[in-house]
Design a protein around this ligand. Structure first.
Ligand SMILES: NC(=O)c1ccc[n+]([C@@H]2O[C@H](COP(=O)([O-])OP(=O)(O)OC[C@H]3O[C@@H](n4cnc5c(N)ncnc54)[C@H](OP(=O)(O)O)[C@@H]3O)[C@@H](O)[C@H]2O)c1
Length: 285
C-alpha cells in the first residue's frame, strides 16, 4: 500500500475504507473484514452513527493505534467548546488515545462558526490528541478564509471526487497550498465507474473499471476511500498497485469532469444538523 505524507508528517495510506451507510449492526464485521483484507486506513464520522462499532472492530482485532483512523465533527457540534466535547465523545467511541485525522465535516457557511471550530481543532492538535487536522467539503472561499483568519492550513480537504466531478478548482488550490485531497464517493456511489475512457483502460490493463477509476485517483495524488460491503470488491479496490495508467489515459478520464455532475450536497448551502434523527433519515435513503 502506497502512503502520502500529510502536513504534520503523518503517513496516510492512499486507499482507505469508507464506512458511511454501513448499518450499525454490520459495521464491526465489515471493518474487521477490511482489516483482514489489508486495509490500514478507516474513514468514519460521528454522523455515520457507527463510530462505536468502528471502535469495536479496532478493539476486537487489536488494531487500535496500528491503523490510520479518521473521524469527523458533526455540523451540530460546531463551535469551540462544543467541538472539544464532541471530540472527546468520538475518541471514547473509537477507543483511541490519539486520533490520526479529525475533520470538520461541512463548512455550513450560514452558521458562520467554522473558523472558531477550526481553532478548537488546532488546539487538539497542539495538545497531541490528534495527529492531523483537516476539513471536508470546503470550497476555495472557505479554505482561504480559514487560512487568512487563523494562519493554520488544513492537512486534508475531503471532497466529492469521481471522474465526472472531481472539482478541479478546489484540487488546484489544495495542490498549491500543500493540502492533500481525499476523494469521497470515489466511485461516484458506484454510478461513475462506467465511461468510454475507463472501459478502454480497463481492457488494456486487464483490470475492472472500478480499479481504473481508483488508480486514476491514486495517480492524481488523491487519497481515495471507497466503500463496499462485498469482500471481492473490497479486495479489488485495494489491488491498484500492479498497473499504471498512461498520461493519455489519465487525461481522458480527467476530461470527463463537468461542474453539473455533483452527486452530494452543495457545500454553499448544506446546513443540516447531522444529529441522530437527521442522519437516520439520510442513511435510510
Ligand atoms: N465527507 C463527506 O461529506 C462524505 C460524504 C460521502 C461519503 N464520504 C466517505 O466516502 C466513502 C465512500 O463513499 P460512498 O460509499 O458514498 O461512494 P463510493 O465509494 O463511490 O461507492 C460505493 C458504492 O459503490 C459500490 N462499489 C464499491 N466497490 C465497487 C467495485 N469494485 N465495483 C462495483 N461497485 C463497487 C458499492 O456497492 P457494495 O457496497 O454493494 O459493494 C457502493 O454501492 C464513505 O463511506 C464515507 O467514508 C464522505
Amino acid at each position: 500500500m502506497q502512503s502520502i505524507r500529510l502536513a504534520n508528517g503523518t503517513m496516510i495510506p492512499q486507499v482507505g475504507f469508507g464506512t458511511f451507510k454501513i448499518p450499525r449492526e454490520d459495521t464491526q464485521r465489515a471493518v474487521e473484514q477490511a482489516l483482514e483484507l489489508g486495509y490500514r486506513h478507516i474513514d468514519g464520522a460521528a454522523a455515520y452513527l457507527n463510530e462505536k462499532e468502528v471502535g469495536d472492530a479496532l478493539r476486537a482485532t487489536g488494531m487500535a493505534g496500528k491503523v490510520f483512523v479518521t473521524t469527523k465533527l458533526r455540523n451540530c457540534d460546531q463551535g469551540y467548546d462544543q467541538a472539544l466535547r464532541a471530540f472527546e465523545a468520538s475518541r471514547e467511541h473509537l477507543g483511541l488515545d490519539v486520533v490520526d485525522l479529525y475533520l470538520i465535516h461541512w463548512p455550513c457557511p450560514a452558521r458562520d462558526s467554522y473558523v472558531e471550530t477550526w481553532r478548537a481543532l488546532a488546539h487538539l492538535r497542539e495538545q497531541g490528541a490528534v495527529r492531523e487536522i483537516g476539513v471536508s467539503n470546503f470550497l476555495v472561499e472557505h479554505l482561504e478564509r480559514l487560512v487568512r483568519e487563523t494562519g493554520v492550513t488544513p492537512a486534508v480537504d475531503q471532497i466529492e471526487a469521481h471522474p465526472r466531478f472531481w472539482q478541479p478548482e478546489v484540487s488546484a488550490w489544495c495542490q498549491a497550498h500543500g493540502v492533500t485531497v481525499e476523494a469521497y464517493q470515489p466511485l461516484g456511489r458506484g454510478r461513475d465507474i462506467e465511461s468510454a475512457p475507463v472501459h478502454a483502460a480497463a481492457e488494456v490493463h486487464g483490470v475492472t473499471c472500478a480499479q481504473v477509476v481508483l488508480r486514476w485517483h491514486v495517480q492524481s495524488g488523491r487519497v481515495a476511500i471507497p466503500k463496499s460491503v462485498h469482500a471481492e470488491r473490497m479486495r479489488q479496490n485495494l489491488d491498484l498497485f500492479g498497473f499504471s495508467l498512461t498520461d493519455a489515459e489519465m487525461a481522458s478520464i480527467s476530461a470527463l469532469h463537468d461542474d453539473a455532475n455533483r452527486l452530494s450536497s452543495d457545500p454553499r448551502t448544506f446546513e443540516s444538523p447531522q444529529d441522530e434523527a437527521d442522519m437516520r433519515a439520510r442513511i435510510a435513503c
